[in-house]
Design a binder for this molecule. Sequence first.
Ligand code: NSS
Length: 434
Amino acid sequence: MEEAVRVQDVLTGSLDGKEVLVRGWLQNKRSSGGIVFLFIRDGSGVVQSTVRKGEVDSKVFDLFLSTRIESSVQVEGEVKPDPRAPGGREIVVHSGKVDSAALEEFPIAKQFQGPDFLLDKRHLFVRSDKMRAVLKVRAVVLSAARSWLDSHDYLEVQVPTLTSAAVEGGATLFEVKYFDGKAYLTQSWQLYAEALIASVGKIYTIAPSFRAEKSRTRRHLTEYWHLEAEAPYVGLDGIMEVEEQLLSHVVEDLLERASSQLALFERRPEDLEKVKPPFPRITYDDAFKMIGGEKSGIKWGDDLGYEQEKILTTHFDRPFFVTRYPKKAKAFYHKPDPLNPEVTLSVDLLAPEGYGEITGGGQRIEDYGALVARIKEEGLDPESYAWYLDLRKFGSVPHSGFGMGLERVVSWVCRLEHIRDAIAFPRLINRVYP
Ligand code: NSS
């Protein structure tokens, strides 16, 4: 196959005056008089290509005049600057062909179509400008995060998806048949991470986590991408520093590498330029007061829900930490605060503008007896955590970690209304198709 150039390179101007081959999908088409304007998308961008009657073979002209959008096509022609063309350049087509003509009208139209219809057609909707931008933002977030973690001596490791016990409480476990027994889809890598730090030190992973979330909310998926890190000899303050540095680096990289995608979502760079360490820090107690105590709909000790977090976020114009959640609001492994054992050395990072929680983590219980006691207190069976308890028998050290929901971060930076649009093929309570 002949080498095609990338549309992105055409749009930089470096190919002006040159004869090029471009191939891709016909995103849009317009014709007027003897001209057909083709808008060809190749994954790197969209370029206007102009086919003029009389300047190309008449069969080619008729073909492009009649072919439907989302056919795959290729054109050869000269790159010319043209201020009227989107991106400031067009290809003056000399020849071309339709590789695979769309067999039907493309079902996704420019006019309003309901969310359920678009979700049913997600396999085609992923071709939209919006989804393409989201995919790019996701990729930049992950690549920036990897680069920060790698350069700070965190080793990327992998742990099982099929597990035998709950990390975050049993309510959101997906059970799967495992031969004659049962297993669960992982909610978090955490228990395995705590085993691996004694082998390789600071670590991270990027993997799907599963939550059988029964609630339909704008911020819950049943399968989401989870970036998690764990570090030995790090306490609550230390892990907050890791989180704020990591997120600041990610945002800085997004501003540099995904500015046009952010602009598509009308995310102003000024908003993100504020994302610099140190982030504001408040305690759960402060937060409880700020939301008006019990008037907010929760009692002291309850976890902050979406509604409470939304109120809190009105007080901040950048991400902020909420620390020291009550024991009752958090999973069994969180270390009680030695100064006030009713609360834990836990921390959530909340994004502004109503988005709320994007990370959860904190310092873990390192003492064997204290961990057994907490497991029992939560009504869990220490037997199910036998290997995890072993970790406290052999060289236990203070350690901390956190998990960041990729789609939560993407929803916030892209100002999305619903988390389902932060992932190509969302898994929701009522949806595993397509
Ligand atoms: O339940 S978390 O708050 N914490 C953990 O799973 C810890 N075991 C992580 C750790 O310390 N290694 O989940 C962490 C983050 C949370 O802040 C959200 O950003 C995201 O995972 N999360 C979700 N994203 C999308 N959909 C759902 N259902 C979801 N649940 C959590």
